[in-house]
Design a binder for this molecule. Structure first.
Ligand code: SAM
Length: 149
């Protein structure tokens, strides 16, 4: 998720509901390619603290989750000032948390699988959120040379 967050030009990376924010030890750094150094992390121990902060910042909260009230991702017009929120790999987003969000967004699935992996879901949502914005191919730190368009 950190890699995608950096790739898609994310702003703050927020953890909610844990005593401590994620500790990037060697194992997770291998996955993130140490890109956590480029992220601005925030951490809220409780849902209440998080929602209070997002209200103060005037941010719209989109729960990326599977439920009956969800709108389909491709039909969602995201507001630019927003949080894209995914649940834990094990438990998903708590029902009460989702109820506090402004909108629920589902990524359609076509095969017989209960749900997607959380980082895959977050990455798809981030891509879709950025899709309408002008594409920049300023790929840095890459072994591929891509001509600017
Ligand atoms: C592995 S899933 C959680 C599964 C959990 N065991 C459950 O039953 O809810 C982790 C997270 O990925 C996201 N997710 C997975 N598939 C999704 C989909 N098709 N649409 C939207 N979000 C999805 C949600 O945020 C979810 O909380």
């Amino acid at each position: 998720m950190v890699r995608s967050h950096v790739a898609f030009g994310g702003n703050k990376f927020i953890f909610v509901g844990y005593d401590q924010p994620w500790d990037f030890k060697q194992g997770s750094q291998a996955f993130s390619r140490k890109l956590e150094g480029q992220c601005e992390f925030m951490h809220f121990k409780t849902d209440t603290e998080f929602f209070k902060w997002s209200q103060k910042e005037n941010l719209k909260n989109y729960a990326i989750e599977i439920n009956e009230q969800a709108a389909v991702l491709s039909k969602t017009n995201f507001e630019s000032n927003c949080n894209l929120i995914v649940g834990s790999e094990k438990h998903g987003l708590p029902k009460e948390f989702v109820e506090h969000c402004d909108q629920v967004v589902v990524i359609p699935q076509f095969g017989n699988v209960a749900c997607l992996n959380v980082s895959v879901s977050a990455s798809i949502a981030m891509y879709e959120f950025k899709r309408d914005q002008e594409m920049s191919l300023e790929i840095t730190d890459s072994k591929f040379e891509i001509e600017k368009v």
